[in-house]
Design a protein around this ligand. Structure first.
Ligand code: SF4
Length: 347
């Protein structure tokens, strides 16, 4: 039997027709599955008994099991562990709470093959891509949590959890189709950002899709030599190629490109770094988001103190480069950037 939530939205009408039903039924079912978040076909009140039986015979409908929910004591982040469909691994996702915003940091792969040295997910290697059900399931599970608290549903999405979303491209697009559809979650491109380590052909492909979502590139270094050390993908797509595609993205979408820059004290916040960033980023619509390195097991790299971080941001500002400092939400729950890791379930 086919898993219902693995069917791309654009194929659903055909599946419904294939079991002898009218096309409009697809929209009714979608409404129950994604908006009302039911777990059984029997709960779909405006669907006939005969259709419910057909659906049960042809499709599996389920939610991801919630393995853990850890709320930050600061009230600004919640880390979730969802079980994969095969029950083998935990997918980690984070809810960030900021004023009226409810942002999901969504995972797209189990592990990651890009091996950035500062990243917990990278230490796992790539186990596999997440399925559509596993990607959208994180969103549904977090909306269930928010509803249980009497809170509003998710308003913003960042693809910055485990894995490189652009390396799971088809599923990423299929998930966006559901998130952005005006009759389902209706989350516009301005409220969605995808983060990438800088896989240049995938960014080109994203441009062709004309989704107009935000792009955040993990830069993290000012020289190819250092970036090669921190992010092995740089040997294939060096900083110059990243800057060229970033300039194209900004010009063709009219969106500000964000460069995520993990500040490692004494390594990536030096005067040399400042000048190099200016040389790369001057003259196009971009901003630098400074992220203090978070503690990670087994690493000797250190994060900067608050004053050294602010000094670096001010110095960039004086050179005309917009620099922001990311408040590292969820630090007490290991839900911050580079700290998600989908551990194997031990039963
Ligand atoms: S930082 Fe992103 S791209 Fe790099 S290893 Fe971690 S998940 Fe992969």
């Amino acid at each position: 039997m086919e898993r219902f939530k693995n069917i791309p939205l654009h194929d659903l009408a055909d599946r419904v027709i294939a079991i002898g039903e009218k096309k409009f039924r697809a929209q009714q079912i979608v409404d129950w599955v994604y908006d009302k978040r039911v777990t059984t076909f029997d709960e779909m009140r405006n669907i006939s008994g005969e259709l419910k039986e057909k659906l049960k015979r042809n499709f599996i409908l389920a939610k991801l099991d919630v393995n853990k929910v850890i709320e930050s004591k600061y009230g600004d982040a919640v880390k979730f562990g969802f079980e994969t469909i095969d029950g083998e691994y935990i997918i980690e996702s984070v809810l960030l709470i900021d004023g009226d915003r409810r942002t999901i940091c969504i995972s797209s792969q189990l592990g990651c093959g890009l091996g950035c040295v500062f990243c917990e997910t990278g230490k796992m290697g790539l186990i596999r891509n997440l399925t559509l059900e596993e990607m959208v399931g994180q969103f549904i599970g977090i909306n269930d949590y928010l509803a249980s608290k009497g809170d509003k549903p998710i308003t913003n999405i960042v693809f910055m959890g485990m894995g490189e979303a652009l390396s799971n491209f088809e599923t990423f697009l299929n998930a966006l189709e559901i998130f952005m559809h005006e009759d389902i979650y209706n989350i516009g491109g301005r409220r969605i950002t995808v983060s990438t380590a800088g896989v240049v052909p995938s960014i080109e492909r994203l441009l062709k899709e004309k989704l107009n979502i935000g792009l955040a590139i993990s830069l993290n270094s000012y020289s190819n030599e250092l970036r090669n050390e921190l992010m092995p993908i740089n040997k294939k797509y060096p900083i110059e190629s990243i800057m060229a595609i970033a300039r194209r993205y900004a010009a063709e979408t009219g969106r500000t490109v964000t460069f995520e820059y993990v500040v490692i004290d004494g390594k990536t916040n030096t005067p040399e770094a400042l000048q190099a960033i200016y040389n790369y980023c001057g003259g196009f619509d971009c901003k630098i988001n400074l992220i203090p390195l978070n503690p990670s097991t087994g690493s000797s790299l250190l994060g900067p103190g608050d004053s050294s971080l602010e000094m670096f941001a001010d110095a960039l500002g004086r050179k005309g480069i917009t620099a922001t400092i990311r408040k590292s939400r969820g630090q007490d729950i290991w839900g911050a950037c580079g700290q998600l890791a989908g551990k194997r379930i031990v039963r």
